[in-house]
Every structure is written in C-alpha cells, then in structure tokens.
Design a binder for this molecule. Structure first.
Ligand code: ZN
Length: 257
C-alpha cells in the first residue's frame, strides 16, 4: 500500500469518535488502560483502531470472533507502541484467536539424535512473519488481571518487535552501536543470572520460562516491565532502565485513575 494512501486512510479512521462500546470493553478488559494518562489513552485508542482495521483477524477452533475480542487484544498490543516510533507491527498480517489453550505439534531431537513428535499446550505463539496466535480465555484473564507479571498479548507482540530486524534473538532494533553494546552487556549478564537461579530452583521475579532462550527472556521481561514495574525497577534496575529507554515508558510511576 502506498504510504500516502495508508496515511489518509488512518487519518479518516481515527477522525471518527471512538465507539462507546469499545471504550467500555477497554475499561472492563484491559486493566492497564486505567493507569495511562488521558493523552496516552487517546493515542492508544487511535493505534488500536488501526490494528483492528489493518490486520486480518480470524477465529479458529470454532470461535466466532467479536469486536470485543479484537478491541481487547489490540488494546493490549497497543500499550507496547505508545511511545515508540512504529508502523503497527508491520510483519504481523494476521491474528488467529482460539477459544482457549491450543495445541501445537512439536518435533524435537533427543540427545541420541532420535526425532520425536507430540502435542504441546500453548496459550500464545508468535512466528516470524507469520500470524500471532492467541487463546481468548487467557487473553481475557491476563487483560483483566493486572500485576501478576503475566500477559500473553504483551508476550507475543514483544516477540514481533524482536522480529522487526529479521532476527528473533532477544534484541529488537536499537538506535546505535552503543545501544546494542549496552543491551548485550546487561541482557546477557541478566539472562545468565536467571538461568542460574532457575537451575538452582530458586524463586524468581522474572518468569522462569525466560531462561529458555534470549528471545523468551525479552518477551517475558516485557511482561514483567509492564505488569510488575516497581519490583523490576528495584530488583533489576539495569534491565528496567534499558526497557524504559526502549519502550519510552516508565510504568513504575503508573497509578490507577
Ligand atoms: Zn515466547
């Protein structure tokens, strides 16, 4: 699509008043929204409408997709974009929504080189240049409940930000070489620390799933950053500072309105 045409269409879309029903769904289903300033809420509503209009949305596994579902998902994804230069997750063409946990077929090779396959339960999944796949039940529970460190929509869309440079490696595109150096230095140290804690079976603030790989570490940290910002700032100040710089936000100062 030509940039000019796209801009015109987006301008027209956001010029109309934000639908009252959509506002109610946002308030009921996206607890984070109450913590944003009025100006941020206005921008979130605009970004949300673009995501709803421009992505291909599909209900799967017998789910019939509603506007409430689109608004609840787009409203959470748009929190990530609030203060970034962005183009609405350009690699995400479609968003597939299942009623609940869905199963994906997994293949893996064991230490002896034998290939196994089986089904693994997931509540969300992001593929590079592929669809974002979510389970509605988990989306709704995470959206309504703020503060437990879990949010499947933030997690899957953080992967999409990481993929923007074509590499899902836990390092999203950054402004300059110094920023990359700093990111690598802090994140590799903190990742190694999480792996040690998980192996030692200790309680961690950061979801142990982050110890799987640097890319899961970034997705899980994004959840902690928005969901438990005060604890993250206290216990991992360098990580907090990096994410605050990257997202251009300071959720540790959020208060519920
Ligand atoms: Zn993940």
């Amino acid at each position: 699509m030509f940039a000019w045409f796209k801009r015109q269409r987006r301008r027209k879309l956001t010029a109309a008043p934000f639908p009252a029903a959509w506002k109610r769904w946002l308030e009921a289903n996206v607890a984070m929204v109450a913590r944003l300033s009025a100006e941020e809420r206005r921008r979130l509503q605009d970004d949300l409408r673009v995501l709803v209009a421009e992505k291909h949305w599909e209900g799967c596994g017998g789910l019939s997709l509603t506007d409430e579902m689109r608004v609840t998902i787009a409203g959470q994804a748009a929190v990530l974009l609030l203060n970034m230069r962005h183009d609405y997750f350009p690699h995400v063409l479609s968003i597939l929504v299942y009623p609940s946990f869905f199963k994906v077929r997994q293949q893996w090779r064991d230490e002896d080189g034998l290939v196994h396959d089986g089904w693994e339960e997931r509540d969300g999944e992001a593929w590079e240049r592929g669809p974002v796949i979510l389970g509605w039940r988990e989306v709704l529970a995470d959206g309504r409940h703020y503060g437990d460190g879990r949010n499947v929509v933030l997690h899957e869309f953080a992967h999409q930000l990481d993929f923007l440079d074509g590499r899902g490696d836990g390092t999203p595109p950054l402004p300059d070489p110094a920023a990359y150096r700093r990111w690598r230095e802090v994140m590799s140290r903190e990742f190694a620390e999480l792996v040690r804690q998980v192996e030692a079976d200790r309680e961690t603030l950061i979801d142990p799933y982050g110890a799987e790989s640097p890319e899961e570490f970034f997705a899980v940290l994004t959840e902690t950053f928005f969901e438990q910002p005060v604890a993250l700032a206290e216990r991992h100040p360098e990580v907090y500072a990096l994410l605050a710089g990257y997202y251009g936000q300071n959720p540790s100062a959020w208060t519920a309105h």
